[in-house]
Design a binder for this molecule. Structure first.
Ligand code: HEM
Length: 223
C-alpha cells in the first residue's frame, strides 16, 4: 500500500490545488503566492488538469444558469390554449368521450367519470352546454377546483355561442316582417278602398241632399 500524502494548496488568489496525490513527495507544499506560481510552472500537466477541471466546472455552472433563465422565460411566456366551438364540445357527450364547459374552460373528464364523487351521470348531463351554474351549485371545494386543472384541454370560443341571438333575431325579424305586411296592407287598403269609399259616401250624401232640395222646391211650387 502506498503511503501517499495529500495536501491542499491555497494560493493568495483563493485558488487551490493538490500538491501530490497518492505519491511520496519530498517537496514541501507551497504556501505563498510565489511558491504556488513556481509549483505550477514545474507541474504543467497537473496545472493543465486543474485548469480543465475549472473549465468544466464553469461550463456546468453556465449550463445551470442557462436552464434557469430558460425556465424563467418559459414561465413568463403566454401559453397558447386551444379554442373549441360549442358545436365541437357538444360532440363529446358519451361515457367514452366526455367534455364539459365550466367558466369558459373546456375539460375532458372522460378519465374522471368513474372517480367523480358527484357521480358520472351528473357530468354526462352537463355536456353540450355551459355547466358553470351546475358546477357552482354543487359547491365544489378548492381541492375539486385544483383537481379539475388536470382535465383542462382548452377554452370555449365564445364567438360560437350565437345560437340564442340568432333565434331572437329570427323572431324579431319575423315580427318586423309581419308588421311590415300589415302596414303595407293598410296602405294598399287606403289606396284601393278608402278613396272609392269616400267618393261613394260623398255621392250618397249629395244624392240625399239633392232629393231633399227637390222635394222642398216641389212643395213650394205646388199650389
Ligand atoms: C373537472 C370537473 C369536476 C371535478 C374535478 C369535480 C370534482 C368533484 C369533487 C372532488 C367532489 C367532492 C366534493 C368536493 O370536494 O367539492 C365533487 C362533488 C360533486 N360534483 Fe363535481 N367535479 C367536477 C365537475 C362537476 C360538474 C360539471 C358538476 C355538475 C354538473 C358536478 C357536480 C357535483 C356534485 C353534484 C357533487 C356532489 C356534491 C355533494 O355531494 O355535496 N361536478 N366534484
Amino acid at each position: 500500500m502506498s503511503s501517499g500524502r495529500c495536501s491542499v494548496v491555497v494560493g493568495s488568489d483563493g485558488h487551490y490545488g493538490f500538491s501530490s496525490v497518492g505519491r511520496k513527495s519530498s517537496a514541501p507544499p507551497p504556501t505563498t503566492a510565489a511558491s504556488v506560481f513556481d509549483w505550477r510552472s514545474k507541474n504543467p500537466k497537473r496545472e493543465e488538469a486543474r485548469k480543465g477541471r475549472r473549465r468544466s466546472k464553469k461550463k456546468k455552472e453556465k449550463k445551470k444558469k442557462g436552464k434557469k433563465k430558460a425556465l424563467a422565460r418559459k414561465e413568463k411566456m403566454p401559453t397558447i390554449t386551444k379554442l373549441y366551438s360549442m358545436e365541437e364540445v357538444s360532440k363529446h357527450n358519451t361515457n367514452d368521450d366526455c367534455w364539459i364547459v365550466v367558466n369558459g374552460n373546456v375539460y375532458d373528464v372522460t378519465m374522471y367519470l368513474d372517480e367523480h364523487p358527484g357521480g358520472d351521470d351528473v357530468l354526462l348531463a352537463a355536456t353540450g352546454k355551459d355547466a358553470t351554474e351546475d358546477f357552482e351549485d354543487a359547491g365544489h371545494s378548492k381541492t375539486a377546483r385544483d383537481l379539475m386543472q388536470e382535465y383542462f384541454i382548452g377554452e370555449l370560443d365564445t364567438t360560437t355561442l350565437i345560437s340564442t341571438p340568432i333565434a331572437e333575431l329570427e323572431i324579431f325579424q319575423k315580427d318586423k316582417s309581419s308588421s311590415d305586411f300589415s302596414s303595407k296592407l293598410m296602405s294598399k287598403a287606403v289606396q284601393y278602398w278608402a278613396f272609392p269609399a269616400a267618393i261613394i259616401g260623398i255621392s250618397v250624401v249629395a244624392a240625399i241632399l239633392c232629393t231633399q232640395l227637390a222635394n222642398t222646391i216641389l212643395l213650394k211650387l205646388l199650389p
